[in-house]
Write a protein that binds this ligand. Structure first.
Ligand SMILES: Cc1cc2nc3c(=O)[nH]c(=O)nc-3n(C[C@H](O)[C@H](O)[C@H](O)COP(=O)(O)OP(=O)(O)OC[C@H]3O[C@@H](n4cnc5c(N)ncnc54)[C@H](O)[C@@H]3O)c2cc1C
Length: 262
């Protein structure tokens, strides 16, 4: 099996700062981690490798420091790591990001699974996985919390708000995984040292990725941020209801009715 995992390096905080002029995220000076659900995607790819054999490739589009995220994935057990980076990719929105990742994945050759996290904790769009599936012309299963593979058929549980559904299709397929999927393994110290000292991170520029110039970076982005501003905290009046469950329920229903909420 060849499983490719798309990982994104994200700031180690939900306090993402925005450049007020360009509206872009400011990443400089903020400690970075692998996006949490991407770690679940790595773990799932490694679990399937443990079960069926094969290789796991991790890929990211990002600045030079994103190499650290790839080395962490190598330490967890990934076999190959590719960093796609070039000034030409700057200003990419989710569409241009997905297109670029798609071009790079096509260069990696045959694969069985493409795994993504459901959503990045900084951009929070959850668009890259599904867009990438469309670009690669793959069936896709999103919100995956459990995977079973028999021959070339995958059966996956998709998490829903109030339960789950089971979806089945043929490989190759693109999955976006949720945190309930697994518990990511912790790399051993020796593996971390090996990943930094002995393993290679392949660097690909825009030339290597060889995509349509009109579809990468800012030129290829349909999104234009016109204005960005911090959200002001909402100040609401708090009313604490006291009394028996029956009394509190009656008051609550009356309040809801008053506001036409029922
Ligand atoms: C107009 C505009 C300009 C932008 N300019 C820049 C810029 O200059 N620099 C910049 O860094 N960002 C920029 N961004 C943000 C960038 O487009 C998004 O961070 C990126 O497309 C991923 O979107 P997301 O964070 O919502 O990820 P989601 O769609 O929520 O991510 C879902 C999953 O997709 C995968 N994934 C997401 N991003 C990557 C990636 N880069 N590599 C590999 N896998 C990935 C991961 O598995 C992740 O869990 C810009 C956005 C806009 C709209």
């Amino acid at each position: 099996m060849h499983n490719i995992v798309c990982i994104k390096q994200v700031p180690d905080t939900r306090e993402v700062r925005l450049d007020p002029k360009t509206g872009n995220l400011i990443r400089e000076g903020v400690p970075s981690i692998i996006n949490p659900e991407d770690k679940n995607a790595i773990e799932e790819a490694l679990r399937l490798k443990d079960e069926f054999g094969g290789t796991v490739t991790v890929i990211t589009m990002g600045p030079p420091q994103a190499e650290e995220a790839l080395r962490e994935a190598l330490a967890m057990g990934a076999d190959k790591a590719v960093l796609i980076g070039d000034r030409a990719f700057a200003g990419a929105d989710t569409g241009a990001t997905s297109y670029t990742l798609g071009c790079a994945i096509n260069k990696l050759g045959k694969y069985d699974l493409i795994l993504c996290g459901r959503e990045a904790i900084d951009g929070n769009t959850a668009q890259v996985g599904p867009q990438l599936g469309e670009i690669l012309g793959l069936p896709q299963i999103t919100y995956v919390r459990k995977v079973v593979i028999r021959k070339n058929i995958i059966e996956a549980e998709r998490a829903l708000e109030d339960g789950y559904e089971v979806v089945s299709t043929q490989l190759p397929v693109l999955l976006t995984v949720v945190k309930e999927c697994n518990e990511p393994r912790i790399a051993a110290v020796a593996d971390i040292i090996e990943a930094y000292r002995e393993k290679e991170v392949i660097a690909w520029s825009a030339k290597d990725v060889d995509g349509d110039k009109a579809r990468i970076g800012l030129n290829g982005s349909w999104t234009r941020i016109r204005k960005a501003a911090a959200v002001k905290p909402q100040k609401g009046k708090v009313q604490i209801l006291e009394g028996s469950v029956g009394d509190v329920t009656k008051t609550l229903v009356a309040e809801f009715n008053k506001r036409n909420l029922l």
